[in-house]
Write a protein that binds this ligand. Sequence first.
Ligand code: C5P
Length: 223
Amino acid sequence: GLGRDLSGRHVVISAGGTREPLDPVRFLGNRSSGKQGYALARTAVARGARVTLVAGNSELPDPAGVDVVHIGTAVQLREAVLKAAADADAVVMAAAVADFRPAAYATGKIKKKDGQEPEPVALVRNPDILAEISADRPRPGQVIVGFAAETDDVLANGRAKLTRKGCDLLVVNEVGDHKAFGSAANEAVILAADGAETPVPYGPKEALSDRIWDLVAPRLTAP
Ligand code: C5P
């Protein structure tokens, strides 16, 4: 780390998984633990930043010294991130945002009916918050970071995703075998829009967080 190189900066971090409700008791969710986003929040505080953590589902306690906004769905996550991003120097999208949500929400619990097969669940696309914020840049010069979990052709797929999303940095995780989801450790390559490639060896999510801030800090515009 570089001491308090984020002091005077406001960083917005999304973490955890979204939950997309089907009815009052059921949702579509994912296995995100929130560990990477929470580690990013703790390390940013240690480096002097003011931190807003937009948190989806996670078992983790609110980190000390962080403004935590709890959300459920991708649409709620979008609202909270856009609001916080208005004066942010950096936005890091570590949340596992559901790509789709149920097209309809049943206000009463969906019931099984004797002798009838269930209705199929229709899905609609959720907004892509990372792509939207990268295109709109709510505050000029802000640094935008995304994550990608890939199983094969990790670098080629990561490079294509960086271009498609339009962010400045993309942290590409290879998923599987004790890596990424639920684990305390991670191995990644951080791709930059300017072509730079920073491999980060297998290690704690705090260490990966610090490597991310090492790349964000010099890209921030003069205060
Ligand atoms: O497209 P994919 O889900 O692989 O992209 C992952 C990155 O995009 C993550 O940084 C995630 O937080 C973000 N994302 C988003 N909105 C979505 C889906 C993903 O901001 N609807």
